[in-house]
Design a protein around this ligand. Sequence first.
Ligand code: 5GP
Length: 117
Amino acid sequence: MPTLFEKIIAGDIPATVLHRDSRVIAFLDIRPAAPVHILIVPNKPIPTANDIADEDESLIGHMFIVARDLARQQGIAESGYRLIVNCNADGGQEVYHLHLHLLGGRPLGPMVSRIST
Ligand code: 5GP
């Protein structure tokens, strides 16, 4: 079964695509958590961060380069942004196709609540 993001990559499910190259696609998140919320997704369907192979090192680096460039294009490079990869249940992962969230456009607050104050 292709993942949801494979269907977006194939054009079978519509998305607002901001970047596409031979290794990754980047599109707007359908339920944005910030004024800028972009998903950077490898074309290769790696299920989770646990499944990243040594040979994917360059691909993972490329995802960050694309995120950097999109942050500049969106005008949030200087104000700041957050890059997130959720992994498995405790990480809150919903779609099991590796992706990098690029979030910004407002102060995002603490990353997660502290165990104790
Ligand atoms: P995760 O929780 O797996 O890290 O993030 C999955 C993200 O995919 C969520 O932020 C969710 O809003 C987004 N998403 C789920 N379904 C779709 C869809 O059909 N299209 C787009 N563009 N984003 C989606």
